[in-house]
Design a binder for this molecule. Structure first.
Ligand code: SF4
Length: 236
């Protein structure tokens, strides 16, 4: 029986996550990922928006062939799909692409076109939140690239925490990193990044809901700009 097959109750997982969050607060990203791999084995995956491949790269140093889960909403920039393909081709990871139940055309037929403009919460629910929940059923723990410096809503992100919505352990190994730390890691290791980051985008999401950021704006200001919405529901 592998580590990942050892059954744990939600209460046990929650306690484990919260304890690890305290114990690993000052640990390096690699140490945090090593803990996750040692604890969950095959029950651990990395999720990536393909804005960059930093967390996937870090995780692959700890575990060759680690699962990297990507949500293909059907609304991505071509550059994002290209980054996904490049990561799959050159990195020692196992890219798993999740898709919504409906294509964009099928969604348009049922809900009307451009649901993202009329009801972005529903659009994100159908194209991000539900596919991720289905995709994560195979895992006990997932890693994200969330950072505290990205926005006020992410300022208290624990390095390891309990994702009550999905009943999973949520690992954010670069939560304490700054943008400078990310840039330095990318440079040092030649990590793949989305070309849009060189074209004025600081945070890359779906094309209809992402714009370039302006001088002085925080990294996520270009997401759902002009709306009260700041998160897609994956991290709320
Ligand atoms: Fe839809 Fe926009 Fe959410 Fe993408 S980010 S799923 S296009 S509302």
């Amino acid at each position: 029986m592998t580590t990942a097959q050892i059954p744990r109750t939600d209460d046990e997982l929650k306690e484990l996550a919260e304890q690890a969050g305290r114990d690993l607060e000052d640990a390096s990203a690699l140490e945090i990922l090593q803990w996750a791999v040692d604890t969950f084995g095959d029950g651990f995956c990395v999720t990536s928006s393909m804005e960059d491949a930093v967390v996937a790269h870090l995780a692959s140093r700890v575990r060759e062939g680690v699962d990297v889960v990507f949500l293909d909403t059907g609304y991505h920039f071509p550059e994002t799909i290209g980054t996904r393909d490049a990561v799959e081709a050159v990195m020692d990871v196992n890219v798993i692409t999740l898709t919504p139940r409906q294509t964009v055309a099928e969604q348009d037929a049922e809900y009307g076109p451009q649901l993202h403009d009329r009801d972005p919460d529903l659009c994100c629910k159908l194209r991000k939140v539900q596919p991720l929940e289905r995709g994560l059923t195979a895992y006990q723990a997932w890693a994200t690239g969330l950072r505290r410096d990205e926005s006020p809503t992410r300022a208290n992100t624990p390095v390891v925490g309990w994702d009550a919505k999905r009943r999973k352990v949520k690992v954010s190994p670069i939560a304490r990193w700054t943008q400078d730390d990310v840039d330095a890691y990318v440079l040092q290791h030649g990590v793949l990044t989305n070309p849009l980051l060189m074209d004025g985008y600081a945070s890359v999401g779906c094309e209809p809901c992402t714009r370039r950021v302006l001088e002085g704006e925080d990294a996520r200001a270009g997401r759902w700009a002009g709306r009260a919405k700041t998160e897609c529901g994956l991290h709320g």
